[in-house]
Ligand binder design. Structure first.
Ligand SMILES: Nc1nc2c(ncn2[C@@H]2O[C@H](COP(=O)(O)OP(=O)(O)OP(=O)(O)O)[C@@H](O)[C@H]2O)c(=O)[nH]1
Ligand SMILES: [Zn+2]
Length: 246
C-alpha cells in the first residue's frame, strides 16, 4: 500500500538519462549537474523531477535551431516567408510552456494566514495545460485541489493553489506525476492534515494522432493524510463531482 491512490493509469517511472558533454546519441547535451560529465544515467525520483538541480536554463537559440531542423526534416523550406520566423516563435512558445521547470513550490505557496480553520478547503476546476513528455503535445483539463489545514489552522491564498498547479503543469509531464507532485508539494510546504488532488485531462496525443480517441478523459488522484480515510475522501470527491462543469 502506498499513500497515493491513482484512478486510471498506474504510474511507471523510468530512470532519467542524464548525459554529460556528449550524449550517446552523438548530440552535445550539457549536463545540468555540476561536475557530471560522465555520461552515466542517474535515476531521479518522481517528486524531484524538474527541480532546479535537475534542469538547465532555457536555451532559446538551441530550441530555435532544433525547430529549424525539424522543419527541414519534415520536408519543409524553413526559409520560405511563412516559416522564416517560426523557429523563434516556437522557441518562445516552448519557453512559456515549460516555465514551471526549475521552480520550487515554496516560491508560490508564500502566503499563509493564521485563520484557525480546520475544515476542508477545495479549489475546483483549475484549468491547466501541460506538455505530454512522450510526444511533446498538449494535454489539458482541470485540477481540483483540496486540503485540510495544519494543526495551527493555517490556510494559504486560494490563488496559490492554482499557481502550484501551473508550476507542475508547465513542464514535460505525465499526468500521474503532475497529480502526485502537487499533493506532495502541499504536504511539504503547508504540513496540512490532509491533501486530495484530482486531475482530469484530455491528451492530444490520444485524440489527434495514434489511437485517435477524442473525448477520452484520464482521471488521476493523489490523497495524503486524513483524506486516506474513506469518509473524508468521499466527502472531497462528492464536492469535486458537484462541480459546475460535470
Ligand atoms: N500513463 C501515462 N501515459 C501517457 C501519458 N501521456 C501519454 N501517455 C501514453 O504514453 C504512451 C507512449 O507509448 P509508446 O508506445 O511509447 O508510444 P506510441 O507508439 O506513440 O504510442 P501510441 O500513442 O499508442 O501510438 C502512449 O500509450 C500514450 O497514450 C500520461 O500522462 N500518463
Ligand atoms: Zn503523449
Amino acid at each position: 500500500m502506498t499513500s497515493d491512490s491513482q484512478i486510471g493509469f498506474t504510474s511507471t517511472e523510468e530512470g532519467v538519462r542524464e548525459v554529460g558533454a556528449t550524449g550517446s546519441n552523438g548530440f552535445d547535451v550539457p549536463s545540468p549537474l555540476a561536475g557530471n560529465g560522465t555520461g552515466t544515467s542517474t535515476a531521479v525520483p518522481a517528486r524531484d523531477r524538474g527541480r532546479p538541480s535537475q534542469v538547465r536554463p532555457f536555451d532559446h537559440d538551441r530550441v530555435a535551431r532544433a525547430v529549424r531542423e525539424l522543419l527541414i526534416g519534415i520536408g519543409e523550406d524553413p526559409d520560405r516567408e511563412g516559416l522564416r520566423k517560426t523557429p523563434d516563435r516556437v522557441a518562445r512558445a516552448y519557453r512559456e510552456a515549460v516555465e514551471g521547470l526549475g521552480r520550487e513550490p515554496s516560491e508560490v505557496l508564500t502566503t499563509v494566514f493564521d485563520e484557525g480553520h480546520d475544515e476542508m478547503v477545495l479549489v475546483r476546476d483549475i484549468d491547466f495545460s501541460s506538455l505530454c513528455e512522450h510526444h511533446l503535445v498538449v494535454f489539458s483539463g482541470q485540477a481540483h485541489v483540496a486540503y485540510i489545514p495544519n494543526n495551527k489552522g493555517q490556510i494559504t491564498g486560494l490563488s496559490k493553489l492554482a499557481r502550484l498547479v501551473d508550476l507542475y503543469a508547465r513542464r514535460p509531464q505525465v499526468q500521474e506525476r503532475l497529480t502526485s507532485q502537487i499533493a506532495d508539494a502541499l504536504v511539504d510546504v503547508l504540513d496540512p492534515r490532509g491533501v486530495m488532488v484530482v486531475v482530469e485531462a484530455e491528451h492530444l496525443c490520444m485524440s489527434m494522432r495514434g489511437v485517435r480517441k477524442p473525448g477520452a478523459t484520464t482521471v488521476t488522484s493523489a490523497v495524503r493524510g486524513q483524506f486516506l480515510s474513506t469518509a473524508t475522501r468521499n466527502e472531497g470527491m462528492s464536492l469535486i463531482l458537484r462541480g459546475g462543469r460535470h
